[in-house]
Design a protein around this ligand. Structure first.
Ligand code: NAD
Ligand code: DAU
Length: 341
């Protein structure tokens, strides 16, 4: 792996992956193709450890001519595909763009790793066993359906054209540089500003939270030693209900900002109308990646949340730039103003 093409590398996980890879491998050259949608920003790439080994290209993964040009100009040997529309709530309000962006066909000519999600497996009851690589697909939101479709295309390209592929299906990530439409950064920023903390439904839905650097490490292990054609499930082994995550964020802010006019921050918690088709519970079995590649998460959830809250407190310029660039206030209005309890 010498010349890596990262797609969607100006977004949350993609940019963390580029930071991570530059720390791990001093020689690798990275071409980063990103369309800079509302979720992508060059702010996420400002403090790279080796900026001279990173080339940003503004463009879309749907532009095949551009991809061909990048492949031949930069002798790309490996692709890691993060580019996607990633927010379930947006897929409910505007599904079309999820079909346009997320239903990808892979690029031929290099090892192709596709970053996918546990949401392709649908939802679990309290009694169901965790998702694993063999769990049948049963996506329930437009976002998850489009991601499932791309997973099928990637596998079909391996079967039909012999493309060397791999796929990871990962659970919910959190950490620095996450766009504040997602639960954890939204709650941190709303709490800091004394705004309501909108908990969907009864707040007892369960996600399997993973610190973003752990996900980056899992992808690197798959690229290095993963078997071609294989799928690996990646998860955090952390399954508290949403309300517990929100309360923990409030506690951390109470500790870090004891003089805040909004403390105790838990007074801001507000139950609001549920997400339509809301998946109840995710849990993911990581036995395969642990057994084959020796990977398991290394970040403790509470410590990861403290680090994440500290990161948002220390980066007000990032928050200001990101929210300005992305028409953020409009999104908040659109998604939350009619969401009565
Ligand atoms: P994000 O929304 O923060 O970033 C997505 C990036 O893709 C943005 O920079 C955006 O500009 C770019 N993009 C969108 N359309 C594009 C296009 N047509 N061409 C090129 N770039 C385009 O998303 P994220 O949370 O970083 O997720 C990255 C990937 O990981 C997605 O594929 C997502 O499905 C998957 N994933 C996310 C999570 C999670 O918890 N966030 C968990 C599992 C898997
Ligand atoms: O499981 C992996 C997936 O995790 C990724 O594939 C997606 O890209 C990523 O967005 C994430 O999807 P979720 O829908 O689980 O993440 P989100 O942060 O939007 O919501 C997490 C939980 O919190 C979910 O049960 C909905 C709830 N929630 C979310 C928001 C934004 C609230 O209660 N209130 C909110 O305001």
């Amino acid at each position: 792996m010498k010349n890596l093409l990262v797609t969607g590398g100006a977004g949350f996980i993609g940019s963390n992956f580029i930071h991570y890879m530059q720390k791990q491998n001093a020689d690798i050259r990275i071409v980063n193709l990103d369309a800079l949608t509302y979720a992508g920003s060059l702010e996420n790439l400002k403090d790279l450890p080796r900026p001279e080994q990173h080339l940003f290209v503004h463009g879309s993964i749907t532009d095949r001519a551009l991809l061909d040009q990048l492949f031949s100009e930069h002798k790309i040997d490996t692709v890691v595909n993060f580019a996607a529309e990633s927010h379930v709530d947006r897929s409910i309000l505007n599904p079309g763009v999820f079909v346009d962006t997320n239903v990808i066909v892979p690029v031929e000519g290099a090892r192709f790793h596709h970053v996918s999600t546990d949401e392709v497996f649908g939802t679990l009851t309290r009694e169901d066993p965790p998702f694993e690589e063999e769990t049948p697909y049963a996506p329930r939101s437009p976002y998850a359906a489009a991601k499932a479709s791309s997973d099928h295309f990637v596998r079909a390209y391996q079967t039909t054209f012999g493309l060397p592929i791999s796929i990871s299906n990962c659970s919910n990530n959190y950490g620095p540089r996450q766009f504040p439409e997602k639960l954890i950064p939204l709650m941190i920023l709303n709490a800091l500003n004394g705004k309501p903390l909108p908990v969907y439904g009864d707040g007892m839905q369960i996600r399997d939270w993973l610190y973003v650097d752990d996900h980056c490490e899992a992808i690197l292990r798959i690229l290095q030693d993963g078997r071609e054609g294989e799928t690996y499930c990646v998860g955090g082994d952390n399954q508290p209900p949403n309300i517990e995550i929100v309360k923990t964020i409030c506690d951390i802010l109470d500790e870090l900002q004891p003089d805040s006019a909004f403390a105790p921050h838990s007074q801001l918690i507000t139950y609001v109308a549920d997400r339509p088709g809301h998946d109840r519970r995710y849990d993911i079995n990581i036995a395969k990646i642990e057994r084959e590649l020796g990977w398991k998460p290394s970040h403790d959830l509470r410590q990861g949340l403290v680090d994440t809250v500290r990161w948002y407190l220390s980066n007000p310029a990032w928050v200001e730039a990101i929210t300005k660039q992305s028409d953020y206030d409009n999104w908040l209005k659109k998604n939350y103003s009619d969401r009565k309890a």
